[in-house]
Design a protein around this ligand. Structure first.
Ligand SMILES: *Cc1c(COP(=O)(O)O)cnc(C)c1O
Length: 435
């Protein structure tokens, strides 16, 4: 569900017709965000889990523009970060730092120190050595810090792309489940580093609630076993990875997804005062943006039709990297090609199969293969949908392309929230000096 809909023959973002934007001096490609879609999705996730009174820590790695983070912070969201850079941007936002959780397998001394001094809510510990390092640094600073232990639960959803699985045995993420209990026992009394609970994030996206149930049972089992030893853990962070709606017909029911998770956790929240943290990224951000791009050329290559856009893997790498599906359609199609929904394949007469590619000198630079689309003409504007998560955040300067602008619509208001880079920006740090 999002607020990108065809009305009066053209794609609208909220109350703004998308084809009106290039005329206002916005060169393509650009990312176009809907502020109300962002709000809607945050509220939907919060609503689904409301009975657990959770803290929703938005995964900043999925979408990191400070102005978008501010919209979420205004609704009470915390932030899930994975680097010092993300901590820096969150500190520029209005987010409450006590609602920040900091994960990542390779935090540097500088990042850990910054997190401690910034008084983030929790550092998620991903190895025995990292815990020792946090203890040393907190001890040196004489500052208290709360941590969660990220367990490696040995749970795999075979439907999750192999590149985004994180919970299997042997993964680089988290601490082997078999070693977690002893580690917590040995470190329960540290004067500065307080182990408050457990963390788990098993990948992205996760297709069924059953994987969360399995993971939660493991976490709860650990807390019960530790309770026998008078070690009380009351924070459970069940991570992110909730699915996003990449097509209208996903038919996803939040009630049936969240229901069993709530059932499992509610007794611990209500009777024992557990605090629940969620780290959704794509389920909030994926639907919030489209990439607006233009057809530069159309050509025949063998028996294929190739549509060459001014955007490609440098703007959106998900098709190249994960073979991800993104719905693509012209911003202003001919009348017979207007859409009321975005299910693929589209049941319409007169479509042509295209390989939709970018300008980058790589064969992996494509946005869609063998995609049935209305006939495309040079100069047509085309929208690539559901790019709000892992879109702009993964944009690069490969081939020395400038990274695109980000634009946010709030009803009829249009805000530039990140300027398009300039070619000067591309060489700004190329400074030669002798060390
Ligand atoms: C990436 C990540 C998330 C968010 O995953 P989504 O699939 O975008 O919800 C949450 N927690 C951690 C630790 C992550 O690395």
């Amino acid at each position: 569900m999002d607020l990108f809909q065809y009305k009066n023959g053209v794609l609208y973002c909220e109350d703004v017709p998308v084809d009106s934007l290039p005329a206002k001096g916005l060169p393509t490609p650009f990312y176009l965000y809907s502020a109300n879609t962002l709000r809607l999705h945050y509220k939907k996730i919060y609503g689904a889990f409301e009975k657990l009174d959770p803290v929703i820590c938005f995964s900043v790695k999925s979408s990191n523009n400070v102005h978008l983070l501010n919209e979420l912070a205004a609704l009470g969201a915390g932030m899930d970060i994975v680097s010092g850079g993300e901590l820096f941007v969150v500190k520029q936002s209005n987010a409450d730092l006590s609602k920040v959780v900091f994960a990542g397998v390779g935090k540097s001394d500088e990042e850990i120190t910054d997190a401690i001094l910034s008084e983030v809510g929790y550092i998620n510990i991903e190895s025995e050595q990292e815990l020792a390092r946090v203890q040393e640094l907190a001890g040196d600073l004489k500052r208290e810090v709360s941590v969660l232990i990220r367990i490696q639960p040995d749970i795999t959803d075979e439907k999750t792309n192999e590149k985004t699985r994180t919970g299997y045995k042997g993964a680089k993420f988290g601490i082997d489940y078999a070693n977690v209990e002893a580690l917590i026992e040995e470190n329960a009394d540290h004067p500065f580093v307080k182990i408050k609970g457990l963390h788990c994030h098993i990948g992205s996206p996760i297709s069924s609630y059953t994987f969360y149930e399995e993971c939660i049972r493991k976490m709860v089992g650990l807390t019960e076993s530790l309770k026998q030893k008078n070690i009380i853990l009351k924070v459970l962070n069940i991570g992110g990875g909730f699915p996003a709606n990449y097509m209208d017909n996903d038919n996803f029911s939040w009630e049936s997804f969240a229901g069993p998770i709530i059932e499992l956790l509610e007794p611990y929240v209500k009777k024992e005062g557990f605090k629940i943290i969620l780290e959704p990224g794509r389920s909030i951000s994926a639907n919030t943006a489209v990439l607006v791009t233009r057809v530069l050329y159309v050509k025949k290559s063998g028996d294929k039709n190739i549509a060459i856009l001014d955007a490609g893997m440098t703007e959106l790498i998900r098709p190249a990297m994960y073979n991800a599906f993104h719905f693509i359609w012209p911003v202003k199609p001919e009348a017979q090609h207007l859409l009321t929904n975005r299910n693929y394949p589209v049941e319409q007469e007169g479509l042509t199969n295209y390989d939709v590619v970018g300008p980058i000198c790589e064969s992996s630079d494509y946005l869609a293969k063998e995609r049935a689309l209305p006939p495309l003409q040079q100069g047509d504007y085309v929208a690539v949908f559901t790019v709000g998560a892992y879109g702009m955040v993964m944009a690069s300067n490969y081939n020395l392309h400038v990274r695109p602008a980000e634009v946010m619509i709030d009803k009829d208001k249009i805000y530039i929230i990140r300027e398009r880079e300039t070619q000067q920006d591309l060489v700004r740090k190329m400074i030669r000096h002798e060390l």
